[in-house]
Write a protein that binds this ligand. Sequence first.
Ligand SMILES: Nc1ncnc2c1ncn2[C@@H]1O[C@H](COP(=O)(O)OP(=O)(O)O)[C@@H](O)[C@H]1O
Ligand SMILES: [Mg+2]
Length: 263
Amino acid sequence: MPNGEVPAIEVEHLTVSYGPVPALLDVSLKIPRGQLVGIIGPNGSGKSTLMKSILGFVRPDVGHVRIFGQLAERAKGQVAYVPQRGSVDWDFPITVREVALMGRFGHVRWWRDYTRRDYQMADEALEMVRMDGFKNRQIGQLSGGQQQRVFMARAMAQGAEILLLDEPFAGVDAATERAILDVLRQTKAAGRTLLVVHHDLATAQEYFDSLVLLKQRLHAYGTPEMVLNPDLLSQVYEGELRAFARLTQNASSSALNPAEQQP
Ligand SMILES: Nc1ncnc2c1ncn2[C@@H]1O[C@H](COP(=O)(O)OP(=O)(O)O)[C@@H](O)[C@H]1O
Ligand SMILES: [Mg+2]
């Protein structure tokens, strides 16, 4: 991080619990502006809890999160969130354009309707994810990957500096995965900061500038080369053999770069 620059996200000694066992324990990290960062870790390791803490949705037991130097609970508009697809009710009768417009909700005064600027931001966001041809379609009639892109458009339309995405690649086909990755990269190129929960260790190196390895505690944070260390991963992923086997397969063919191994 350049000297003197305020981090986009600063997590300091964060402990969060829902019950007797903390979901996060003494996690500290600083994410500079303009980075595309992946969060990895086994199921139940606190990845979503870290996102909710950055959004200011959960109250820490100890520690805090700052967004550009301001406490997270006071910086809510600056962080946009794309939830896990499974957590959304897709039967809700709403069109693609209406979903994108929801991103503008925080900008609308209660006595006014959406302005021309709100529609423009929503439409630009839909163009960016290449869903502008589906504006009047009901969200429930789209494929999983299209729904994911519409939710990304909603986050873009919000105009937030920081985007959090919880498993955006889960359950999408290869072409959609590429399309989503393009949008993430364009967003980064526009100077925004992205934090993405990712479950596929085989693509983690190619996709992200740096990785956060979480399992209640912060086990590693740094370049993908550093974090995707087989010894470190075998400690953290004990019991989740499938994810780990894929990685060691790649590692033993010495490339660790899945893009070069596709037929
Ligand atoms: N709302 C909640 N109430 C109680 N326990 C929760 C809640 N949300 C998460 N947990 C627990 O906290 C731990 C971390 O969960 P989570 O952050 O969702 O992990 P991940 O996203 O890595 O799968 C898990 O043990 C989970 O069961
Ligand atoms: Mg989760």
